[in-house]
Design a protein around this ligand. Structure first.
Ligand SMILES: [Zn+2]
Length: 313
């Protein structure tokens, strides 16, 4: 079988053990600059494609690829800081104690529904259910997914739901250096601001994985770290019955309920949502965004922690 060569002579039969001819090396030096630029662009696109698949359950093995995290301009950060109203300041103040909020206090029968890892293909169905139910929710979004699905993200914002930062590519933040942790948070906050026109004041670490360094980065970005006290483990694709049972049986006044609108097929979550709302309303619960919940039901000492929560998503 003859050795295969491209016109430039760069591709050879792998069985050809001879040293490459001199001519090949000379030709390599003559690759025109525009060709190098095209190769560089292709590599960048490939890396972005890998990095933005962070919300996919099958993509965990691709974490070795270095993410391409867009820089946030100083103007964006300054604009976000100026948008800090009294409500934002109240949330920031809780965050400045260097802890995460696991739930609101027990003051009133209010709970917050939270959806992580989107925006994605199932987000519009979640939005349609929430609209039908007239329930506000909080979406902890992945920066890369916002960049990939800007129109869906703007629908979430337009519907009045609260937005939280869930990092650029869903890495375990405790495995990153402080500069990378900062970039994960700032890039996502910047994408939220530039795409949706809103400044987020909430942060949720992927896998609930926090340590003092992660909490400090969250504080520095003027975000309140938010975890949860009710985990529906909907990412394991239980039946809608099981999701409803977990959410409704575990909810207490002030609960923050963890669900997902991204990271895989969320048909079970979509199907469970109206039943969760109906059953909790029957038990006398109302619904609020995380920010409103935390303000209306201020967390007590038992509702905050500096520790990680364990979850696969
Ligand atoms: Zn997540």
């Amino acid at each position: 079988m003859p050795a295969e060569r491209t016109p430039s002579g760069r591709r050879r039969d792998p069985r050809d053990r001879r040293p490459p001819p001199r001519r090949r090396r000379k030709q390599k030096r003559r690759v025109p600059p525009f060709a190098l630029a095209i190769i560089a662009i292709a590599v960048v696109i490939g890396v972005i494609a890998l990095a933005t698949r962070g919300g996919d359950e099958t993509a965990t093995s691709q974490a070795t690829a270095e993410p391409v995290i867009p820089k946030v301009s100083e103007a964006d950060i300054a604009a976000a800081a100026q948008q800090l109203g009294p409500r934002d300041q109240e949330l920031v103040n809780i965050g400045q104690t260097g802890v995460s909020v696991n739930k609101g206090g027990n003051g009133r029968k209010v709970v917050a529904l939270t959806f992580d890892d989107g925006p994605g293909p199932d987000t519009p169905a979640i939005l349609a259910e929430l609209k039908q139910l007239n329930v506000p929710a909080t979406f902890f979004v992945i920066g890369g997914n916002v960049q990939e699905n800007p129109d869906t993200f703007r629908q979430v914002v337009a519907a009045g739901h609260e937005i939280g930062v869930h990092t650029w590519d869903h890495k375990d933040m405790t495995t990153l250096k402080p500069a990378q942790q900062k970039a994960e948070i700032e890039s996502t906050a910047g994408e939220i601001l530039s795409t949706g026109g809103v400044a987020s004041r909430l942060f949720r670490a992927p896998y609930g994985s926090v340590d003092p360094s992660v909490l400090k980065q969250s504080q520095d970005a003027k975000l309140l770290s938010v975890l949860w006290d009710v985990d529906t483990v909907d990412w394991t694709r239980p039946t809608p019955d099981q999701i409803v049972q977990t959410a409704v049986s575990q909810a207490q006044p002030g609960s923050i309920i963890l669900m997902h609108d991204g990271g895989g097929d969320r048909a079970s979550t979509v199907a469970a949502l109206p039943r969760i709302v109906k059953d909790l309303r029957a038990k006398g619960y109302q619904f609020a965004t995380v920010g409103d919940l935390v303000i209306s039901n201020p967390p007590g000492p038992d509702d905050i922690s500096a520790e990680s929560r364990s979850t696969q998503r």
